[in-house]
Design a protein around this ligand. Structure first.
Ligand code: SF4
Length: 95
C-alpha cells in the first residue's frame, strides 16, 4: 500500500503547556505527568508514536487541551523524512 506511512504521533508544544495534566489522565497509555504535572511520554520519546488503537483517544486528548498545546500529527506521507541535518559551520575564507 502507498500513501500514508508510519504511525501518527503526539506532539506537545512546551511553550503553551501549563502542566495541569488533564492529557495524562485522558491518555495514560502514552503520557504520564511528571512531578510538576507536565506530561511526558511514557517511552521518553519527544513525539510519541500513537498506536492505531489509541488514535481516537489521542485526538480527544488533543482536543481537550485548553491551551492547544497537544496535537496529533498525522502519519507522514511517502517516505519517512530523513533525520534533520545541520549544515557544517564554514570557516571564513582566507584573506
Ligand atoms: S492538557 Fe494541554 S496544557 Fe494541560 S498538561 Fe496537557 S498539554 Fe499541557
Amino acid at each position: 500500500m502507498h500513501g500514508m506511512t508510519g504511525p501518527a504521533r503526539l506532539h506537545l508544544d512546551w511553550t503553551r503547556c501549563d502542566g495541569h495534566g488533564s492529557c495524562a489522565e485522558l491518555l495514560p497509555e502514552l503520557l504520564v505527568a511528571d512531578e510538576w504535572g507536565y506530561p511526558v511520554a511514557r517511552a521518553g520519546e519527544r513525539d510519541p508514536v500513537v498506536p492505531a488503537g489509541l488514535e481516537a483517544r489521542a485526538r480527544h486528548a488533543a482536543r481537550s487541551c485548553p491551551l492547544m498545546a497537544l496535537r496529533l500529527l498525522p502519519p507522514a506521507r511517502g517516505r519517512p523524512a530523513p533525520p534533520e541535518r545541520t549544515a557544517p559551520l564554514s570557516s571564513p575564507a582566507p584573506r
